[in-house]
Design a binder for this molecule. Structure first.
Ligand code: 2AL
Length: 165
């Protein structure tokens, strides 16, 4: 979808285009209502700041859409395909690193009661493992801030892909 089409689309169509990037209604509404955007850069800047900060409930609902690192999103929805391509960008896993990430995912979920989320695109599996281990030392409050940032980074990258920026 080109920026001109996104600017001209009806509210429902524009919202539907944004939802696979990040399923937080307040975020979607703020962006849809801020149209028209003069450039892709301004759209991406707006998306990176919209609805800041997310509430805990918004984060929890948005997290439910993300498969664990190392696991494939089920189905063929736009969102599942985006996740599959982000995780594919990590390349073939070294078995030891994959096992360490799986163990780290379990420790993370035991400690924080939610899935470990990180913007995968642009990172190696080793970098993800290092981040996972570092984040395991966080308090829940610190982690909530990081998760909000990661959701935004994933959303902005997906949006960049969507409008071909
Ligand atoms: C993901 C995912 O599916 N794509 C991405 O960037 N991060 N999942 C995750 N648990 O971090």
């Amino acid at each position: 979808m080109l920026l001109d089409d996104f600017n001209a689309a009806g509210r429902a169509e524009a919202a539907a285009a944004l939802r696979p990037c990040l399923d937080i209604e307040r975020w979607i509404e703020e962006i849809v209502g801020s149209r028209p955007f003069d450039s892709p850069e301004i759209l991406l800047q707006t998306a990176g700041r919209a609805a800041e900060p997310f509430t805990d409930a918004e984060v929890e609902a948005a997290l439910a859409h993300h498969p664990r690192i190392g696991e494939r999103a089920a189905g063929n929805s736009a969102e599942a395909r985006l996740s599959q391509s982000e995780q594919a960008s990590l390349g073939a896993p070294d078995p030891a690193v994959a096992a360490a990430i799986a163990a780290g995912n379990r420790s993370y979920e035991e400690k924080f009661g939610q899935v470990f989320l990180i913007r995968a695109a642009g990172r190696s599996r080793e970098e993800i493992l290092a981040a996972l281990n570092a984040r395991l030392a966080h308090t829940p409050e610190e982690e909530q801030v990081v998760i909000g940032q990661q959701l935004r980074e994933i959303a902005v990258l997906r949006l960049e892909g969507l409008i071909g920026a």
